[in-house]
Design a protein around this ligand. Structure first.
Ligand code: ATP
Ligand code: MG
Length: 794
């Protein structure tokens, strides 16, 4: 044992070793990317276990993704054996779900409570807003949802908000008042449905621990080692949760007088990698850790073991431009390595081709396998162009992160059925599937039942069972409701009889006729829907095999945690990607999802002002700083080779937009980059036409024949002397200057050189990026980027 304990310290530098051996007071490890923070956490756990300072069930390790959790469990298991399985290694959300399931009765919750993802919660908010007669334009569900989410991140519950917002203090602000009403009612509805939304998972656990000292004591006795990775991205609620669990309150005795010293708390993070401020994460937690825990010890790590000096220099130069940061000295002794390769493409398709060709070339020349390569982008939508090219050239790839799969309608429908089966009071999901597939139970019937439920103060599900008593329902509707009720109770019986999630799902798809309807359809999209449902069934089957004891509620819990896009990119996401990466698959992912990972070869694409940094951050210094941290995260994922590329023209929503170079490129020292091409070539642009092909063509009315490519009548020329980096402006030649773009409103009449007279039916954006949807009668409705379109207002 002695030997093993010592061996765990090999492969660590002096500071890392100190961190592993530290005992007692809280420990903060702050260090730049790739300096071994995560490695220290893993080794610390393993060492503490091997030295018998702690037993596996006493360990709680919080990671940011399920992938990271699995990896940590695996690594610790490799170091100390299967006993490691008794540790809790999970994300914040998963840990809270575990606690809440156990303690549900204390809170008067059913232990099979539902977890609403953001789509579910928006649906519920839509219902609530409708009940309160709110104008959906003024109070869109999405906005309400993000406000409420922010409040929960700050641990402000509905009552507190109602009593402290302007609403109560007399400073009557209509918005606050409305939000307070919505929040209160939304919580009541969740409660009634035995459901928690994502943010509730954390807030409710904090409430539980604060309101029930016995429960808090139970977990404090249990968890003696608490470790948190990526601490810079914890929000206030998560911060308080950790504090409650660790018990750093000063008192060191339990209720029975037995000693209860605080747990050992280790947090690691990097303020420069805080990329979730928009969801309430606050680097304040890391900056003020020492203030909050005066006894804390801080250890800095300065050696980077991941990247070459070239990559590190670029990343350091980039992040050093952010204001208000503590300067860091991050160094490596792994040598300069190859230069960073830069490429400016004409459009996103060419950029994708460049990426694919390079991967191919590296394979031939350096033996790089596809699995060594990751391609990052700022937003999910950017993956499509890359995917198309990779498919065409036959490079295997995997898209990681994003909600994709679980966001698809048919998958959501099927999951909604399962949720409504597992929890009869789950109104949102029950209402979602009431008329899916169509069974003559339209909005009117739904409203009748909902009204009845409201008056009787019962759940929608309970009201369905008593539909006979509900006034105003016709006999057809009643028959339909009864049939639906029988369908659901039959499915519930099946689930209660011990059938696994896959069998229940199969029954749902068959008995509802959902699958039959899709199969009968001629629409090719429905064929892929069938595939997706098959995939979901495969997920359920895999789950049954992995967790033979797991029931429907367990499966749904897994699905909820997986389905949340950014916070928990998992199974379908990073975890599986990593597994397949081992077999050689190119990984595509957003920059947010890439956090904590590393790859030998990394492509960071889309370096354009408006793409990355993101359009909405350009005018806001705080958001711009966050985008820059995201850039730092992206660059520092690379171990040996780093590529940076941009497209001069990128098509979004069917409209090609010209973008200037990302201002971040200015921060990368010239000598570090080998620019294979510094600016897009007009010839390629004209010749290939791929950027314009489908471009601003008909949006509403398919095709439009030979005249479909509107912008061709106003060809784009770009100054060929524009510098590749920085300072570039939007195209300088034929496109009209922003000031001359016609300012249009819905209803305006216009003429177009090719389509003739039309009527504006919608306008988006403004100035240089204004887009109008114009109805040209027989020529169909076109969506046009005004700056490039020969459109004149009449
Ligand atoms: P990030 O900030 O990106 O999360 P990190 O600080 O968590 O990075 P790790 O992922 O723990 O860094 O380590 C980066 C890489 O360096 C890993 O491959 C790790 O195994 C390796 N590494 C860390 N410390 C050492 C060491 N002392 N000797 C050799 N390799 C090390
Ligand atoms: Mg890490």
């Amino acid at each position: 044992a002695e030997e093993r304990t010592t061996a765990l310290l090999d492969g660590l530098n002096t500071e890392q070793r100190e961190a592993v051996l530290h005992e007692g007071s809280p420990l903060l490890i702050v260090a730049g990317a790739g300096s071994g923070k995560t490695r220290v956490l893993t080794h610390r756990i393993a060492h503490q276990l091997a030295a018998h300072r702690v037993r596996p069930p006493e360990v709680l390790a919080i990671t940011f993704t399920n992938k990271a959790a699995a990896e940590m469990r695996e690594r610790v298991e490799a170091l100390v054996g299967p006993a490691a399985r008794a540790m809790w290694v999970s994300t914040f959300h998963s840990a809270c779900v575990r606690i809440l399931r156990r303690e549900a009765s204390t809170l008067g919750l059913r232990s099979s409570f539902s977890i609403y993802d953001s789509a579910d919660s928006q649906r519920l908010l839509t219902l609530v807003a409708r009940e309160l007669n709110l104008d959906p334009k003024k109070y869109p569900a999405k906005a309400l949802s993000s406000k409420i989410s922010n409040l929960k991140d700050e641990l402000v519950d509905a009552e507190t908000y109602a009593s402290t917002s302007g609403a109560a203090s007399g400073a009557a602000n209509e918005f606050d008042e409305t939000l307070a009403a919505v929040y209160t009612r939304y919580q009541a509805r969740l409660r009634q449905a035995h459901a928690l939304d994502f943010d509730d998972l954390i807030m409710t656990t904090v409430n539980l621990l604060q309101a029930f000292p016995a429960v808090a004591e139970h977990y404090r006795r249990r968890f003696r080692q608490i470790l948190v990775d990526e601490y810079q991205d914890t929000n206030h609620a998560q911060y308080v949760l950790v504090r409650e669990l660790a018990g750093w309150h000063g008192e060191e005795q339990g209720s029975d007088g037995r000693a209860l010293p605080p747990a050992e708390l280790t947090v690691v993070g990097d303020a420069d990698q805080s990329i979730y401020a928009f969801r309430g994460a606050t680097i304040r937690n890391i900056l003020e850790f020492e203030a909050d825990y005066p006894q804390a010890r801080t250890i800095l790590l300065e050696q980077n073991y991941r990247s070459t000096q070239t990559i590190l220099s670029a990343a350091n130069a980039m992040i050093s431009r952010n204001p208000d940061r503590r300067p860091k000295r991050l160094w490596t002794d792994s040598g300069a390595g190859p230069q960073i390769v830069g490429f400016v493409a004409d459009n996103e398709h060419e950029e994708a081709r460049f990426v694919a060709e390079e991967i191919d070339r590296l394979g031939d020349s350096d033996g790089v396998r596809p699995g060594d390569v990751a391609v990052f982008y700022r937003t999910n939508a950017q993956s499509r162009a890359l995917e198309e090219v990779l498919i065409r050239v036959g490079l295997p790839y995997k898209v990681v992160g994003g909600t994709r799969f679980y966001e698809r309608r048919e998958v959501k429908d099927a999951v909604a059925y399962l949720r409504a089966i597992a929890n009869p009071d789950d109104d949102v999901n029950l209402r979602r599937v009431l008329n899916v597939p169509k069974r003559g139970l339209g909005d009117r019937s739904e409203a009748m039942v909902a009204g009845f439920a409201e008056r009787e103060r019962i759940s929608f599900g309970a009201a369905l069972d008593r539909a006979d008593e509900a006034p105003g329902l016709g006999s057809r509707a009643l028959t339909g409701l009864r049939a639906f009720g029988e369908l659901m109770s039959g499915l519930r019986e099946l689930a209660d009889s011990g059938a696994g999630p896959a069998e229940v799902l199969g029954a749902v798809l068959d008995r509802t006729g959902y699958l039959a309807e899709l199969r009968a359809s001629e629409d090719p999209q429905d064929a892929s829907r069938v595939d997706n449902l098959a995939e979901l069934h495969a997920v359920a089957t895999e789950f049954e095999q992995a967790e033979p004891e797991g029931d429907l509620a367990d499966f749904l819990e897994r699905v909820s945690l997986v389905a949340d896009s950014d916070q928990i990119p998992t199974e379908d996401g990073a975890e599986e990607a990593q597994a397949r990466a081992d077999q050689g698959v190119v990984t595509l992912m957003t920059l947010h999802t890439a956090k904590g990972l590393e790859f030998p070869v990394v492509f960071v694409t889309g370096w354009e002002d408006g793409t990355f940094p993101h359009m909405r951050s350009l005018a806001d210094p705080d958001q711009l700083a966050e985008e820059r941290r995201l850039a730092y995260v992206g660059l520092t994922r690379a171990r040996q080779r780093l590529y940076i590329s941009r497209a001069a023209v990128r098509t979004a929503w069917g409209v090609p937009n010209e973008f200037p170079a990302s201002r971040f490129l200015d921060d990368v020292p010239e000598e570090l980059v080998d620019w294979r091409r510094r600016e897009s070539s007009m010839d390629t642009l004209r010749g290939s036409g791929s950027g314009w092909g489908g471009g601003a063509s008909a949006w509403g009315g398919r095709g439009g024949g030979s005249r479909s490519t509107g912008p061709r009548s106003g060809p784009v020329k770009r100054s060929t002397t524009a510098p590749a980096t920085g300072g570039a402006t939007f195209g300088s030649a034929t496109p009209r200057p922003a000031g001359e773009v016609p300012s249009l409103e819905v209803g305006d009449k216009v003429t177009h050189d090719a389509y003739g007279v039309g009527t504006v039916v919608a306008v988006e954006g403004g100035g240089a990026n204004a887009v109008a949807k114009i109805d040209f009668g027989a020529d169909g409705t076109k969506r046009l980027l005004l700056r490039y379109s020969p459109v004149t207002k009449l």
